[in-house]
Ligand binder design. Structure first.
Ligand SMILES: [Zn+2]
Length: 264
């Protein structure tokens, strides 16, 4: 079977094990069904997710021009504490920013290799945790806007990591922790403005990924350098394909790449 389209991050669904979907313009692939099959990936060209032109992807699936001008690529996306819509201050498009920032946000702890703190819109839970390859996660606060979530994250970063060790995540070099205890330890560092939004009652969410066999050592596939790859798919975790030979492919970091997928 042959599929062709521009890559965007996989959609996912929390079930007994996570279900993954690749959405192409005229097709979708239930990626779980490709497990144990030989697939090939052939990079054809770029297609910016913003302007749709055949321009080299700079970041987040956007060409440099779109990345530096579109409201959905503003700096407050990566640094939520820079959000200003609650002050009625525009970054690139105030209407867009109000809609995106002035809605419930969650600061959470996710354990994918070590415990890390992160921020997401409430509607993105548990998607965000799945994307990070977290095997367990828990909410810390739920606040009414992105700014409050951002300053809470910044305050907690001093006491817990905000990075994932993706090699350990992909080789399943992980440990189970009691995240309710971890949350309790951080409680005192939540900034005053967000303290009333502390979620004491939420329980851990456990996430199981569809993986038949974890790689012992990983090597990353970068389609810009190696435009063709073929291998047997042994698992999906986070936004990664895990292959039998230890090759790992980060779908999300290839957003805006037009590929041909062949399934044997
Ligand atoms: Zn563009």
């Amino acid at each position: 079977m042959k599929y062709e389209g521009v890559l965007t991050k996989m959609r996912s669904e929390l079930a007994e094990t996570v279900q993954y979907y690749l959405i192409f313009e005229s097709d979708f692939i239930h990626v779980n069904q490709l497990l144990d099959r030989k697939i090939s990936i052939n990079f054809l060209k770029f297609q910016c997710l913003g302007c749709k032109l055949q321009k080299k992807v700079f970041a987040q699936g956007y060409c440099y021009n779109c990345f530096s001008s579109l409201p959905q690529a503003g700096e407050w996306i990566r640094s939520p504490e820079l959000s200003k819509a609650h002050l009625d201050i525009e970054d690139r498009d105030l209407e867009f920013e109000k809609e995106a920032q002035l809605q419930p946000h969650v600061v959470y702890l996710a354990n994918s290799s070590d415990v890390k703190v992160g921020v997401t819109r409430k509607t993105q839970i548990p998607t965000r945790w799945i994307d990070q390859g977290a095997h367990e996660a828990i909410e810390i606060v739920e606040v009414p806007n992105r700014y409050l979530a951002g300053i809470t994250e910044v305050a907690l970063k001093g006491h817990v990591s905000d990075k994932t060790n993706w090699r350990r995540m992909l080789t399943n070099d992980i440990k189970d922790l009691n995240l309710e205890d971890e949350r309790e330890k951080l409680k005192g560092f939540i900034p005053e403005e967000a303290r009333n939004y502390y979620l004491a009652g939420n329980k851990e969410t456990e996430i199981k990924f569809p993986v038949l066999q974890f790689p012992k050592k990983v090597k990353t596939l970068n389609l810009a350098k190696n435009p063709f790859y073929e291998g047997v798919l042994k698992g999906i975790k986070g936004q990664y394909f895990l292959f039998e030979d230890g090759t790992v492919f980060n779908v999300r970091s290839h957003e805006g790449y037009v590929v041909e997928l062949n399934v044997n």
